[in-house]
Design a protein around this ligand. Structure first.
Ligand SMILES: Cc1cc2nc3c(=O)[nH]c(=O)nc-3n(C[C@H](O)[C@H](O)[C@H](O)COP(=O)(O)O)c2cc1C
Length: 276
């Protein structure tokens, strides 16, 4: 493993036989990326924000339909109200900018109307395309922001209080939140979290998960050695208790053993989104 740069070792905990002769600043930045949940008390210039938003809009988008919108919230009172919706994440209010990435199928519906055409695509495929568009735009923003020294953290927890969140931001029919994104200058460096090995995630030539469980067990061990999960990070301890060794796979199984956001489909329906 002597030739493996530290940041690849940090990402996997094992050698991945990567050809690092192609390494450049973009690739290194991607390999080093991590969320930021600790923000300094420092503003972000409008000009820098506009530049990063242009990067977000440079993301690929299905048929160039551009079925997403972004709300940039700077107002401290609104940011505090958003943070108050998620009491377990009070640091959200510390970031000087809170972006909200939205799927937006409203714009084209309105344009169809203004061009006097039928709109015949209120369906699951359109919903999926809008989600992907918004997610890619968010990720392009994140990469650009991190390269400029900023830190970000996607927040899907805003969907736990989706009706309040939608009302706070005046979301109309056809517009739904994908994630929030507090953006600010990091007050601490954070850390690279370890990912599943490629033999679990990357399938060669055809799908094959025959060795998945044992490969994940190895990952669990590596991950536990580096980042043992404290009691506070173990999910649903009231139901399952605290474990000395709570592995990644145990914790994700715990997390998804109870329904998360069961009201989301109802919300989408209330906004005129059809998932058939
Ligand atoms: C769609 C999405 C939603 C997320 N929602 C939250 C959230 O609500 N709160 C939070 O603290 N982190 C959230 N995260 C951040 C993840 O927890 C984080 O990406 C993951 O733990 C891996 O860490 P890393 O990004 O530093 O590698 C979210 C990430 C994504 C992509």
């Amino acid at each position: 493993m002597t030739d493996t740069p530290d940041f690849i070792e940090d990402r996997y905990g094992i050698d991945i036989a990567a050809d690092t002769s192609a390494m450049n600043a973009t690739i290194e930045g991607l390999l080093r990326r991590r969320v930021c949940r600790n923000f300094a008390d420092k503003e972000i210039d409008d000009g820098l924000l506009n530049l990063l938003l242009a990067c977000a809009q440079s993301a690929p988008t299905k048929s160039n339909l551009q079925q997403y919108s972004i709300i940039a919230v700077r107002d401290q009172d609104t940011r505090q109200k958003i943070a108050d919706l998620v009491p377990s994440m009070p640091w959200m209010a510390d970031a000087p900018v809170f972006l909200v990435f939205l799927g937006d199928v409203r714009r084209i519906r309105r344009l169809a109307d203004s061009h006097d055409h039928d709109y015949a695509n209120n369906n699951a495929d359109t919903f999926m395309n809008a989600c992907v568009d918004a997610a890619l735009a968010m990720q392009m923003f994140i990469v650009a922001a991190e390269s400029a020294g900023l830190g970000c953290c996607p927040i899907s927890y805003v969907r736990n209080r989706i009706d309040d969140f939608a009302e706070l931001l005046s979301l109309p029919d056809g517009v739904f939140p994908i994630a929030g994104l507090p953006v600010g200058w990091p007050a601490a460096p954070g850390y690279v979290s370890m990912r599943l090995p490629q033999n679990v995630v990357v399938h060669r030539e055809r799908y094959d998960d025959a060795n998945m469980v044992s490969n994940v067990t190895d990952y669990d061990d590596r991950n536990h050695d580096r980042f043992p999960l404290s009691a506070g990070k173990q999910r649903h301890t009231d139901k399952y208790g605290v474990l000395e060794k709570c592995t990644w796979s145990e914790n994700v199984a715990r997390q998804l053993s109870l329904p998360e956001r069961p009201g989301f489909a109802v919300f989408l329906k209330s906004k005129g989104i059809n998932l058939d």
